[in-house]
Design a protein around this ligand. Structure first.
Ligand code: NDP
Ligand code: 2IT
Length: 450
């Protein structure tokens, strides 16, 4: 890069490049801003990364596919949704990332998730590129047969763009083991191949042990490392968790195992506060409610005699907050409430659940905060281990995979400390962004201007 270009390179320049291209993609622009805020000063200090076009390529997906998903509901009506797959960056390996089925899904959301995934996957140390996909299909209230027909139709188009060596999808919001099974079945039928084209599969047909638990467990393994830095532990800490889906359930389980007092979980209607603490037995009830009965979290309040309130849980006094539902669920005001009530740790189970202003509020208040690309990387890490097991046609034990997950989360924590030290404390966002960037950038430089 010439001196002229280098002088011109700034957060504003890259942000306006993205804004001019896609002015309406607010979530994607937010994710780019959060990463580039740390990457650009780093590049200015490191000549090796001052390459013409490197950052411009980093913020433009390699490929995006959008397609029609026609399906028939149980009443015989023909319905149409939109499908997406964004193949963001393949510098480190096949594109890898989940599929989200939620009515809010649009190109901006899938692009932000695929962009974040690129850095997250880099942090895992595994050979995984970054991608994401999904649909604006709303699974709420759909029958099992409708879900199956939708998944089959979605794969009728997606199968052209994925394979175990090119792009390996998995689950995310609205996509769990059942959906992965239907998607896998249809892929197999269309290609006549039994390969590891998806992860998060059932244990009977190539899934990995611990994949189901991995994101939530990994989040707590990461939090444990954060607390160790301060010579603290989870024992007796008041924890609140948003969401009550896959990530939230297993975050709750591991938090209980580590001695925490989990007092709140939520869904999109509201949250419960159980001052007696959510026990393993109560959590088992929540899992049945959410995974088998499609119930609402408000039913917990009736079952166990506690409070249910509409809205978000961030006004509850706690030591640790674990947002595990969706993007931008903690805004500046919510962060202010948490800080006022004495929160000490915030670790993201969801992707980008805290707005930029919320992250800054935590940092200024001295709250120890971890971004999802570091703290929720356990899910995709075990997906990477599932790919390895599938390629070798073998299956590791629960303890082996769990041990590897602990090691990976410890290593990611170390990368955050190595690159995030600032004024005598760890800026986890900075550390994760820079460590994630270095590996992707090195691979991109080595592979030429493509
Ligand atoms: P699930 O579909 O299993 O659960 C999602 C939970 O979040 C539900 O309780 C849901 O409530 C709630 N939720 C979803 N959207 C909203 C919304 N707009 N407002 C309020 N609540 C909402 O998804 P996961 O647990 O798999 O995913 C949760 C988060 O974790 C997502 O951000 C995802 O990207 C991230 N993640 C997931 C990984 C995985 O392996 N599954 C890995 C890494 C990150 P309701 O039922 O009412 O809709
Ligand atoms: O956001 C994520 O990391 C996931 N939804 C998991 C992706 C994966 O490929 O396991």
């Amino acid at each position: 890069m010439s001196d002229y270009e280098l002088k011109e390179m700034s957060l504003e320049k890259i942000s306006s490049l993205v804004k001019n291209r896609d002015p309406d993609q607010t979530e994607f622009r937010q994710a780019v801003h959060e990463v580039m805020e740390h990457v650009i000063p780093f590049v200015k200090d490191h000549k090796r990364y001052q390459r013409s076009g490197l950052l411009e390529r980093l913020v433009e997906p390699e490929r995006m596919v959008m397609f029609r998903v026609p399906w028939e509901d149980d009443e015989g009506n023909y319905r149409v949704n939109r499908g997406f797959r964004v193949q963001f960056n393949s510098a480190l390996g096949p594109y890898k990332g989940g599929l989200r089925f939620h009515p809010s899904v649009n190109l901006s959301i899938i692009k932000f998730l695929a962009f974040e995934q690129t850095f997250k996957n880099s942090l895992t140390g595994l050979p995984l590129g970054g991608g994401k996909g999904g649909s604006d299909f709303n699974p709420r209230g759909k029958s099992d047969a409708e879900i199956m027909r939708f998944c089959q139709s979605f794969m009728n188009e997606l199968f052209r763009y994925v394979s175990s060596d090119t792009d390996v999808p998995a689950g995310d919001i609205g996509v769990g083991e059942r959906e992965v099974g239907y998607l896998f079945g249809q892929y197999k039928r269309l290609t006549a191949e039994f390969t590891g084209v998806l992860t998060g599969k059932g244990l009977a047909y190539g899934g990995s042990k611990v994949r189901m638990q991995a994101t939530g467990f990994g989040l707590l393994y990461f939090l444990r490392e954060m607390m160790k830095q301060k010579e603290e532990s989870l024992e007796g800490k008041r924890v609140i968790i948003s969401g009550s889906g896959n990530v939230a359930q297993f975050a709750c389980q591991k938090a209980i195992n580590l001695g925490a007092n989990v007092i709140s979980m939520s869904d999109s209607d509201g949250y419960i506060v159980d001052e007696n603490g959510i026990t393993e037995k109560k959590l088992k009830w929540i899992k049945e409610l959410k995974n088998d009965r499609n119930g609402r979290i408000s039913e917990y309040a009736k079952e166990f005699g506690c409070e249910f309130s509409e809205g978000k849980p961030w006004g509850i006094t706690c030591d640790v907050a674990l947002p595990c539902a969706t993007q931008n669920e903690i805004e500046e005001d919510d962060a202010g409430e948490l800080v006022k009530n004495g929160v000490s740790y915030v670790a993201e189970g969801a992707n980008m659940p805290c707005t930029d202003a919320a992250v800054k509020a935590f940092y200024e208040a001295g709250v120890v905060y971890a971004p999802g690309k570091a703290s929720n990387a356990g899910g995709v890490a075990v997906s990477g281990l599932e790919m390895t097991q599938n390629a070798k046609r073998l299956s590791w034990s629960y303890d082996d995979v769990d041990e590897k997950l602990v090691e990976i989360m410890q290593t990611i924590h170390k990368k955050c400390t190595d690159h995030g030290m600032e004024d005598g404390r760890i800026n986890y966002m900075k550390g994760a962004n820079i460590a994630g960037f270095i590996k992707v950038a090195d691979a991109m430089i080595a592979q030429g201007h493509v």
